[in-house]
Every structure is written in C-alpha cells, then in structure tokens.
Design a binder for this molecule. Structure first.
Ligand code: PGA
Ligand code: ZN
Length: 428
C-alpha cells in the first residue's frame, strides 16, 4: 500500500505548549496518525525541535513552520511511497532535510510523519503497532521506572535531582509493578502532605516537594516503601535521573537547594555516598555530558551493580553509544524518539545497544501527548525497561495502560523478566 496523503496540524502537549499531530493516508483509505512530545532538559546533541519564535504567535511556541514543511515538501516527497518500507521513508526524510540535526525541516515535523507512517503500516496489516514494529519480536513486557518526586527543570528547580523514581525489582509481573508503585506513590503523597512538604505535582506527575536537602527526599521515599509493606532494595529500589548537565557550569556542579557548588570529584563522592546509603538500582545522567572522566569512574566503580544510563550523554545516537562503549562511560542508554527524529534511527540505536549487551530504557519526555506509541516501541523491541514519569496524569497513564492492554492481548505469550533482565546482560 502506498501513501496517498499526509496532513498535519497543531495540538497541545501536557504542559499546554503547541506540538504536532500528523496523519498519513494510504491509497486503500487506511490511515495512521501520531503526535510528538517535547523535552525540557535537553542534551546538546539532540535533533532540533522547530518552533516559530514569533512573539505574536503562541508567545513564540507555535509550530506552524514545521507543519508547513509536512504539508508541503514532506508530503510531496513521500506521495506514492510504499508504507511498509519504513527505512526507505525515513531515509527520504533524512535526505530531504539535509542537515546533521534535522534543523531545516524540524525533527518534530520529521518524527511526527515517521511515527504516523509506522502506525499506518500497522493498520494496513491489521495488526497492533507493537507487532508491526517488532517484526517477529515483541513479547517482553517492560520493567517500569516510576517517578515519585519531580525536580530540576520539571519543578522550577525546587530540588536539584530531576527524578526520584522507584523500580519494583521484587515484582514478578508488569501489573504487579504498577500495583506496588501505586502503593508507594500514595504513601509518599500522604507522608509529604502530613509534613507540609507537598506543593503539588511536577511536570511528569511526581510530587512537587518542599525539601531542604536531597537526603530528605530519599528518606521520605524509603519511609513510603516501608509503609507500603515492601523491603527497600529487595523488593523496591531507587532510580535517579540527576540530569547532571543542568547542574554543571564553569566546571562545577551547582546545587541550588543546598546552596553549594561542588567540584566534579566532590559531586562524584556525593553520588557514591548516596549509592552507599540507599538501595539505588539505576542512575541516569549522573554527570554532565562534558564530564567524561566522572562517567567512566562511576561506571568502573558501581557499574557491576547499578545501571548507569546515558540520556543527554548519548541522545539516542549510535555514534555516541559507540563512543560510550569504547570508553566505558555507562552501561545503559535512554531511548527517546525525538532526540534522534525517526523511527528507523531509534530502532537502530536500540538494536545497537542490545547487541553490545547494554540496556536500552525506552523513555517519554516531560512534555507528552496522549499518544501511547512508546508503550508499543518498548514491547516491540523487547527493550525490557520503560520510563514515563509518574503513575498519574493521563499523558503518562495512557502509556502505562497501553502496556496493560498489550499484556492482555498477548495472553500466555506475554513474558516478563523484571529485574532478572539485569542478570543476563554482559555489560554489568
Ligand atoms: P525531558 O526530561 O523530557 O525534560 O528531557 C526527561 C529526562 O531527562 O529523562
Ligand atoms: Zn534524563
């Protein structure tokens, strides 16, 4: 089946900012549509999200230029293309754009079309997206990382560490992970409220706290885990996204909360201390992408027990992951579709990561839409882990719920490794 029309328009993301929805129509009349997310703490090497920057239109945030690119040049270039050949379509998009970071047409324009093509292809085969993307693979349900407390760019810098999350490493099914996370999240909210430390919800649905120290955040989550009846470390562990680049300036890490600036070595020691004092299973972006020595040192030190995940460090790019592997900078890769800008390149990065014995973690963004595409991507690729923020706010739950639906549809074929996933990989 061939593409007979492409149409895009402006919608709003979970922060209320404009974003793009694209719809691809095939000559059979079958359609597929998709919408794209938007990050707040971005890596230097991410593909470019094209915005209009016209103060008179949505205070500069509108995406009409990107939409014009879809409805004009991109539509023209893809008319008549066979929808089943995603790599060829994505190659055409990359070539048409012609820049290193997709800045001419906009990565938001390119990705919206690439994802809508993947949907239309699945619809044309009358199979679910995860099956179509998986092409024979796709039975492994992911282990979720679920946010309890939101910080950094997601809560006005109210606490410096961006995500305090949990991983239910004691769970034996995906559904049980959600139940356990629900229990810990609700206890955490209750404790914060009782202590007058709750200011609301942050961008990804975790609590927006009023702490004076980072240790206070660890302690309240520890207490929530225990109040919910779970053993910290054995059944429920911590996962952090420090978003280190956001804290790094002039060769130092600046912790606003505690009003101190730390040298890279001092910051390394602080993280090592957290690892010694709390049951931490994963740390994402512990350091700035420019502080490579610290990345290698931490991986060397704790990488056999802890997932060290590169987000801003790798920006879903195979060349960056290759460099990370050669230099032992991490052992896991955060995967975000809009960091790289096409479905094909995202699949390539996941595959490259897996073949190296590293862990891919499929991730949403802080500005999300109602599109559950990444729930399908996680299952399709047997990625093993999924990160979407909290178990709250519909732009998050739409994706957690989609995995529940996939679990039901797979029936006996559904497979869940949970934290056993970490036993079988070579890099840890
Ligand atoms: P972002 O946050 O979408 O604001 O970049 C998510 C993350 O850093 O993982
Ligand atoms: Zn991150």
């Amino acid at each position: 089946m061939k593409i007979s029309d492409i149409d895009a328009f402006q919608i709003f993301d979970s922060r209320g900012h404009p974003t793009i929805e694209a719809e691809v129509t095939l000559d059979s009349g079958i359609r597929g549509s998709a919408s794209v997310p938007s990050g707040a703490s971005r890596g230097k090497f991410e593909a470019l999200e094209l915005r209009d920057h016209d103060p008179l239109k949505y205070q500069g945030q509108s995406v009409f230029k990107a939409i014009k690119n879809i409805n004009g040049e991109i539509r023209e270039a893809l008319m008549g293309s066979p929808v089943a050949n995603q790599p060829a379509i994505d190659q055409t998009l990359i070539r048409l754009d012609g820049t290193e970071n997709k800045s001419r047409l906009g990565a938001n324009a390119i990705l919206a079309v690439s994802m809508a093509v993947a949907r239309a292809a699945a619809n044309s085969k009358n199979i679910p997206l995860f099956q179509s993307l998986g092409d024979g693979r796709g039975c492994l349900l992911p282990l979720p990382e679920i946010q309890m407390i939101g910080g950094g760019a997601h809560s006005g810098g109210r606490i410096d560490v961006q995500d305090f999350m949990i991983i239910c490493n004691g769970a034996t099914t995906y559904a049980q992970c959600l139940e356990m996370s629900y229990n810990v999240y609700k206890h955490c909210g209750r404790l914060l409220k009782q202590r007058n430390l709750l200011a609301g919800l942050a961008d990804e649905g975790g609590y927006w706290p009023e702490f004076d120290t980072h240790e206070a955040a660890f302690d309240v989550i520890m207490e929530a885990i225990e109040s919910a009846g779970y053993l910290p470390g054995k059944e429920v562990s911590f996962s952090l996204d420090i978003a280190g680049s956001e804290l790094y300036a002039g060769g130092k890490y600046h912790l606003r909360l505690e009003n101190r600036s730390l040298s890279p070595l001092e910051f390394f020691n602080l993280i090592r201390q957290w690892c010694a004092n709390y049951p931490i299973l994963s740390i994402e972006d512990p350091f700035s992408e420019d502080d490579r020595d610290n990345w290698a040192r931490l991986t060397q030190d704790v990488g056999s027990k802890i997932n060290i995940i590169g987000d801003d460090l790798f920006t879903t790019r195979v060349d960056k992951v290759k460099d990370g592997i050669a230099n032992g900078l991490a052992n896991s890769v955060l995967i975000k579709l809009n960091q790289i800008g096409t479905v094909t390149e995202t699949l390539e990065c996941i595959q490259y990561t897996q073949e190296a014995g590293w862990f891919p973690v499929i991730s949403g963004r802080s500005g999300e839409t109602e599109d559950p595409f990444i729930a399908h991507l996680a299952v399709a690729t047997d990625a093993g882990q999924l990160k979407l923020g909290a178990l709250a706010r519909s732009e998050r739950t739409v994706k957690w719920n989609e995995v529940l639906r996939i679990e039901r549809s797979l029936g006996d074929k559904a497979h869940f490794l949970g934290a056993k996933l970490f036993d079988r990989n070579l890099a840890r």
